[in-house]
Design a protein around this ligand. Structure first.
Ligand SMILES: Nc1ncnc2c1ncn2[C@@H]1O[C@H](COP(=O)(O)OP(=O)(O)O)[C@@H](O)[C@H]1O
Ligand SMILES: N[C@@H](CC(=O)OP(=O)(O)O)C(=O)O
Length: 439
């Protein structure tokens, strides 16, 4: 059996956390390939090393003194190295980093050093081989991840070693320029390594006992989901369930490798299994609830819109021309509504509105900002009657005005629009009706 184990920043924030990780790896001989993140927060209010690096590089790039900031980062690693009693030094690496910061190596290079250095510490601690992700995670000239070449290069490289530590979050272009994935991207690296190895399992170790029905920062102690499909998880992580990066599904899904989310602080818990398909029904009608704030709804009304062929296309083209991606588009006979990200939209607001005016001459265009979208997701929802009714009644009882509802044709999810201010209460109300009271 081959298992790839990824440890998040919360699992590697201190020497004590490293020791837990060491025990987990040593307790199972199949755990031979390790993907670490950079050290995360040790306590509430602490700063992740990745954020310290961005900040330090920002200072350096303004031509200001950054020695203190770099020293504080080095101190984080020294604390881990000495806490573990390792005879190992990163002094030479910090000299190189300092020089590269002065030479303007870029903020992606800067951020990637968190994982690079932690990978070195981890390899020294475990006695595993260290593989620099820049050699095996490849990006093309335009900075897009090159999946096929990476798979080839990574598979070939991993064949040469019994065990290895491959730092998460970054790779490089052919010319050596370091590129990072988006935040939380070590999850993607873990998935890429699992695929290259054709591993039996990808374990993703974090600080919660699996994928929870909803965000524990909103609902207290939510239930753990035992088993969830890639599709359900993708819907939920895209909509803000941050435990797993939304793009971490693709490499393992292609290879049919299950992901197991586990808790470094409670390794005895089974966690959540993420699979391509399952005959197991979910414990509740729904599998999970997630959501994001910060959307704008642009509503376009025009009498007899339904008879005008190409109307929707013309409206959507205006968004496309302004480089704005569309999240949802519920529509009626004489009205269509387009949900977009507020930050993307507000930059081009007047261009979009005048563009719509020109291209379809609507009767009314209305814009509403500060909206949130919630996704209620579940593979069993299509079998259950009254799911939407229960959602509406939960929201009505909580005095929340539902701005929009959109059910995908796969019936895997229902998307609900509410005001930003009602976001947390809406999640709690939906959680209560399906899980706490099961009314
Ligand atoms: N549905 C969810 N299930 C589990 N955790 C969630 C969910 N939604 C949000 N989270 C948050 O995700 C956190 C774990 O992700 P992250 O902070 O990226 O961890 P790591 O440092 O291990 O990569 C949890 O501590 C939790 O607060
Ligand atoms: N360290 C990076 C990448 C990452 O995946 O971190 P974590 O596993 O702690 O979410 C970040 O903070 O974004």
């Amino acid at each position: 059996m081959k298992k790839v184990v990824k440890f998040g920043g919360s699992s590697l924030a201190s020497a004590k956390q490293f020791e837990k990780v060491g025990e987990i790896i040593r307790s199972d001989k199949d755990r031979k390939y390790v993907v670490p993140s950079a050290p995360g927060k040790r306590f509430d209010g602490d700063i992740k090393v990745t954020d310290m690096l961005y900040d330090c590089y920002h200072t350096a790039s303004e031509g200001k003194a950054f020695d203190d900031k770099l020293a504080a980062i080095q101190e984080r690693y020294l604390e881990i190295i000495s806490g573990l009693g390792l005879d190992f030094s990163l002094a030479e690496d910090f000299k190189v980093i300092r020089k590269n910061f002065e030479d303007g190596a870029g903020d992606e290079y800067a951020a990637s050093r968190g994982e690079f250095l932690n990978g070195k510490v981890m390899a020294a601690y475990l006695g595993f081989e260290f593989i620099d992700a820049a050699e095996v995670i490849l990006f093309d000239e335009d900075g897009n991840f090159n999946a096929d070449e990476t798979d080839k290069r990574m598979s070939a490289r991993l064949k040469t070693c019994e065990n290895a530590v491959i730092p998460g979050f970054y790779g490089a272009k052919a010319d050596g320029t370091v590129k990072t994935f988006s935040r939380g991207g070590s999850d993607i690296t873990g998935s890429i390594v699992a695929r290259a190895l054709r591993a039996d399992l990808y374990e993703n170790w974090t600080d919660v006992s699996g994928f929870l029905v909803t965000d524990p920062r909103i609902v207290k102690n939510p239930e753990v989901v035992d088993i969830i499909t890639y599709r359900e998880l993708r819907e939920l992580s895209y909509m803000g369930a941050s435990v797993l990066h939304e793009d971490a599904i693709f490499p393992v899904r292609k290879a049919g490798i299950p992901i197991n989310i586990r808790n470094t602080n409670h390794p005895e818990d089974k966690g959540t299994l993420i699979v391509s398909t399952t005959s197991q029904r979910s414990k509740f009608t729904i599998t999970g609830i997630a959501g994001k704030k910060g959307f704008v709804a642009v509503t376009v009304d025009k009498d007899m819109m339904n008879t005008q062929i190409g109307f929707c296309r013309k409206v959507l083209q205006v968004f496309e021309e302004n480089d704005i991606s569309i999240e949802h588009m519920p529509s009626g006979i004489d009205t269509m509504c387009v949900f977009v990200h507020q930050d993307e939209f507000q930059e081009h607001e007047q261009m979009v509105l005048s563009g719509i005016q020109r291209s379809v001459e609507p009767d009314v265009v209305d814009v509403e900002a500060d909206l949130a979208l919630l996704a209620v997701v579940g593979r069993d929802m299509k079998e259950a009657r009254g799911t939407a009714g229960r959602i509406f009644s939960a929201l009505a009882h909580a005095n929340i005005n539902c701005k929009m509802i959109d059910q995908g044709s796969s019936e895997l999810n229902i998307i609900i629009g509410v005001k930003n201010a009602d976001f947390e209460a809406a999640i709690q109300a939906i959680y209560d009706i399906f899980i706490t009271t099961q009314l």
